[in-house]
Design a protein around this ligand. Structure first.
Ligand code: NI
Length: 270
C-alpha cells in the first residue's frame, strides 16, 4: 500500500467487500460502456491527536497528495480537509473529516478516548490503518452504538466500522451517456437502487458548480455483544462538477451539500 496504485487497489477492495452494491453499480456503468473516473474518496475519524486527519492523511501525502480545502460542519460538529494529487491528472480527491469531540457529552468523550487508546501503536505507523476497520472492539455493544447515535450518527458509525473508506464517488462529469446527475439517478433507481433523499435527491446546483447524489448505505446483519442487528454500512456517491470562470472544473466541496451526504449512513431499517 505504499504506491498510488497499490493503495487505491487496497481501498477499493476493502470498500467493495463492505459494500458489494458499489461494486455492482460500477459493473453496471462499465457494461454501459462508461469509463468510471473516481471523483473522491472519504474517510472519517475522531479529532484525537492519535488518529486525527493529520495521522490518516500522512499516507496520501507520502504518495504526492497536498492539502487544499478546509470545511466546517456546524450542525454535525465536524471539521474536514480535502487533499489533491500534485501530478496525477484525474487522481481522486481525498476528503477526510474528524468529529470535534469536545462539543459532545462527557459520555461520548470518555467512550472515544477509551476506543482511541486501543488502537495498536504499530498500526499507526502503517498505511494498513486505512483498511483496518474496527480496531477497538472485537464485539461492539449495541447499547453503546445506540447511545452514541443519540448524539452523533457519525460517532456511532465510526464506533462500529472504524477505519475504512466511507465512500467512493463516481465522477458524473466523466460519464459519456449518463453525463448528468438526473440521468444517473434515474438509471440507478430504474435498476432498483435506493437514493439518499435527505435534502432532496440532488445536493448542490450548477450555480454552485457541484451537484451530488448518493445511494443510501447498504444494510447488513452485524454481530454485537447483545446479538445480531441490522445496521447501515457505506454508500456510493455521484458528483458532477461544472467549469468555473476559468473554464476549469470546480475542484472543492460545498459544505451545505456534504452535510446532507453525511446522512447517507444514518441508521434506518429496511
Ligand atoms: Ni463525498
Amino acid at each position: 500500500m505504499n504506491t498510488y496504485n497499490s493503495l487505491f487497489e487496497s481501498l477499493w477492495r476493502d470498500y467493495t467487500t463492505r459494500n458489494p452494491i458499489a461494486g455492482d453499480i460500477y459493473k453496471l456503468f462499465a457494461a454501459e460502456g462508461e469509463n468510471v473516473v473516481n471523483d473522491h474518496i472519504a474517510f472519517r475519524t475522531f479529532d484525537h491527536p492519535r488518529i486525527n486527519i493529520d495521522v490518516l492523511s500522512r499516507w496520501f501525502l507520502n504518495i504526492g497528495y497536498e492539502a487544499r480545502g478546509e470545511y466546517f460542519f456546524e450542525d454535525k460538529h465536524l471539521f474536514a480537509r480535502h487533499f489533491e494529487h500534485r501530478d496525477i491528472e484525474n487522481a481522486p480527491r481525498v476528503f477526510i473529516s474528524q468529529l470535534i469531540c469536545s462539543h459532545f457529552s462527557n459520555y461520548l468523550q470518555n467512550t472515544v478516548s477509551e476506543l482511541v487508546q486501543q488502537v495498536p501503536d504499530k498500526l499507526l505507523q502503517s498505511p494498513e490503518i486505512l483498511v483496518a476497520g474496527n480496531v477497538w472492539e472485537t464485539l461492539p455493544s449495541h447499547e453503546t452504538y445506540n447511545q452514541l447515535r443519540q448524539e452523533s450518527e457519525y460517532a456511532a458509525w465510526l464506533y462500529l466500522w472504524g477505519f475504512t473508506v466511507n465512500h467512493f464517488t463516481v465522477s458524473v462529469s466523466h460519464l459519456n451517456k449518463l453525463g448528468s446527475i438526473e440521468k444517473t439517478n434515474e438509471f440507478l433507481k430504474h435498476k432498483g437502487f435506493v437514493l439518499n433523499n435527505s435534502g432532496g435527491e440532488i445536493k448542490g446546483s450548477p450555480a454552485e458548480l457541484l451537484e451530488q447524489s448518493s445511494t443510501k448505505a447498504n444494510i447488513v446483519k452485524h454481530r454485537f455483544l447483545e446479538g445480531e442487528f441490522e445496521v447501515p454500512v457505506t454508500y456510493y456517491e455521484f458528483a458532477r462538477r461544472y467549469p468555473d470562470i476559468d473554464g476549469k472544473l470546480y475542484r472543492g466541496f460545498i459544505a451545505k451539500s456534504a452535510d446532507k451526504i453525511f446522512e447517507s449512513t444514518n441508521y434506518y431499517s429496511k
